[in-house]
Write a protein that binds this ligand. Structure first.
Ligand code: ADP
Ligand code: MG
Length: 433
């Protein structure tokens, strides 16, 4: 069904049209049918189906008709900063012709700018539980004035241990019959259902269940490959298929970092995204990737949820995830809103045993591809490190690194009376005690 059929406020409809949306997605159609009448909903629908616009359009349309004098603030609770930023962007786009005041609040960013925007009065507040609670307890955020509530990615919020925070936030809000509340989740587990039943006002449960958990438009492939040649296979696949962009997942931060460096040595534009990077840097990286400034993003599961990149062509599971749900979230980054996409996974010693759980979770076997010998490409990052070694060798006037290292060690020894290795061992001993 087309958005024009909803009889929305023309300025809101214009924002939707400008955003490039014409037909509603299933979840939008089913949700808006209830929420535009003021009903509460608990919605389960897989990632990438357009839940964000479903609740934002509700908030805008309902606020619009409340009129400025009676209008109450809407609160959107999300699990991560990245998601808060993304939803805020989407909201600003839809808001283009209306001028509602929207702001986001999350940890890791200074208070001052955030407080300034709060004191001006806001229509929509989007934030992570910890920061929202903080602001409310310091008296800056008046939760008693909330007229509408959205809990987004409920399953994720509860997985991350935010349940106590959410409960405290809910206690500070008006009773459920004095606000409109909406809960959205990719999966509706026992906790999400319980929270919905206890805190929503006679909610309508909406379930948009696909046949399988994975998006049907994603072409999935699995390669069995020894871990020491995974890099060669990935390089070969990237060269053969030349995707415009690809999101590459590793299980460990240091692998993400190393992989990105290696890709750079092989002539690819790549960056890494891991949880230990400062917040503003992470946002910058995501933004640059979204805008196509570089082609390959190597990430840990921090980036698996919520991150949306229009037209992501390929997801590579360099390491198969340990958590089967993460497999779905990772590959769900591609094939968003009806685009097709490809997900390539490597099963190696150490990760192949994750496969059974993943395949039973998605109730299908991932089609196995055999890698032809031609598909493996040379890893030039190894060449460059051996070239460096050769350069060192030359600059040492033909003496090998080994002798120069020994000489260095002797120097260190004469200075401290111990070798560097000894010193390191002693330090390690100290750290342990
Ligand atoms: P979810 O929250 O369900 O995971 P999102 O709200 O992030 O999904 O939407 C996924 C993608 O679909 C986004 O890129 C969004 O811009 C796009 N999208 C949402 N609604 C529509 C629509 N009606 N038509 C086309 N694209 C849409
Ligand atoms: Mg979402």
């Amino acid at each position: 069904m087309n958005f024009t059929k909803l009889n929305l406020e023309p300025r809101l409809l214009q924002g939707i049209v400008d955003r490039g949306y014409t037909e509603m997605t299933d979840v939008q159609e089913q949700t808006l049918a209830k929420t535009l009448q003021g009903m509460d909903v608990a919605v389960q629908s897989q990632t990438g189906t357009g839940k964000t616009a479903a609740f934002l359009i509700t908030l805008f349309e309902r606020m619009f008709y409340e009129g400025a004098h009676k209008r109450k603030m809407a609160l959107v609770i999300v699990p991560t900063r990245e998601l808060a930023v993304q939803i805020t962007k989407e909201a600003q786009l839809l808001n283009h012709h209306m001028g509602f005041k929207i702001a986001s609040f999350y940890g890791g960013v200074g208070y001052h700018a955030q407080l300034a925007s709060l004191s001006k009065g806001l229509d929509i507040v989007i934030g992570t539980p910890g920061r929202l609670l903080d602001l409310s307890e310091r008296g800056h955020l008046k939760l008693k004035n909330i007229g509408r509530l959205v809990i987004d990615e409920a399953d994720r919020l509860f997985d991350m241990g935010f349940l106590p925070d959410i409960k405290r936030l809910l206690q500070k809000m008006p009773p459920r019959n004095a606000r409109q509340s909406m809960l959205f989740s990719a999966t509706m587990n026992r906790i999400s259902r319980k929270i919905a039943l206890e805190n929503l006002n006679r909610p309508v449960f909406i379930e948009v269940t696909p046949e399988r958990l994975t998006v049907d438009t994603i072409l999935q492939e699995l390669y069995y490959v020894k871990s020491h040649i995974k890099m060669n296979l990935m390089l070969g696949i990237l060269k053969a298929q030349a995707p415009q962009n690809a999101l590459i997942f590793t299980n460990m931060r240091h692998t993400a970092f190393r992989l990105s460096k290696k890709l750079q040595s092989n002539g690819f534009h790549s960056r890494h995204l891991t949880g230990d990077l400062p917040q503003n840097q992470r946002l910058k990286i995501i933004d640059a990737f979204t805008r196509g400034k570089f082609a390959l993003l190597v990430a840990t599961d921090v980036a698996a949820r919520g991150l949306h990149i229009d037209n992501l062509e390929m997801v590579i599971n360099y390491d198969l995830p340990q958590d089967c749900e993460n497999y779905v979230h990772r590959i769900g980054r591609t094939a968003r809103a009806g685009n097709s996409g490809k997900a390539v996974s490597f099963a190696s010693e150490g990760t192949a045993d994750h496969l059974k759980a993943i395949e039973s979770f998605i109730s299908m076997k991932i089609p196995v591809q055999t890698a032809d010998i031609d598909l493996f490409a040379t890893d030039r990052s190894l060449e460059s490190s051996s070239r460096n070694r050769y350069q060192n060798f030359k600059s040492n006037n033909g003496r090998s690194n080994f002798t120069s290292k020994n000489k260095h060690r002797k120097k260190v020894k004469s200075y401290y009376g111990i070798t560097k290795v000894d010193a390191r061992n002693r330090l390690a001993g100290l750290e342990k005690s």
